[in-house]
Design a protein around this ligand. Structure first.
Ligand code: SF4
Length: 119
């Protein structure tokens, strides 16, 4: 299962990424990352800061790079029962910092409960 589809082919690229925070790593905090490829101007500051999370496609538009970090295995009730390793993922704070660096606010982050993370 992919949490989002078609890298580089959609206007908005959305994923749910598991992100270890340094202090809370055992609790598997995760966030939803919403990328607005229409707004992205390819400035790449997000990529420089969080290269394991954000990348640019051939058209110079941002996409989420770590597919494995988005994988959830769910039970019939929709509860997450297993998650892929986050070994290739940036730390939560780095992902937030990368989003914060975007000059056109093309990256939005949300907590699992839907609360938008202030950038
Ligand atoms: S910082 Fe913003 S404009 Fe630059 S590549 Fe990332 S999303 Fe696109």
């Amino acid at each position: 299962m992919r949490a989002w589809a078609s890298y580089g082919a959609t206007k908005s690229d959305t994923g749910t990424a598991h992100c270890f925070s340094a202090a809370d790593s055992l609790l598997f905090p995760h966030m939803k990352i919403v990328l607005d490829q229409d707004a992205c101007i390819g400035a790449a500051s997000c990529v420089v800061i969080a290269a394991k999370t954000y990348a640019l496609n051939e058209e110079g538009k941002v996409f989420l790079v770590n597919e494995s970090a988005t994988y959830h295995k769910r039970n019939a009730a929709g509860e997450v029962i297993e998650s892929e390793s986050t070994s290739g993922m940036d730390l939560r704070e780095i992902i937030i910092e990368g989003a914060r660096s975007c000059p056109v606010l093309a990256i939005k982050l949300f907590e699992d409960d839907g609360t938008e993370i202030e950038l």
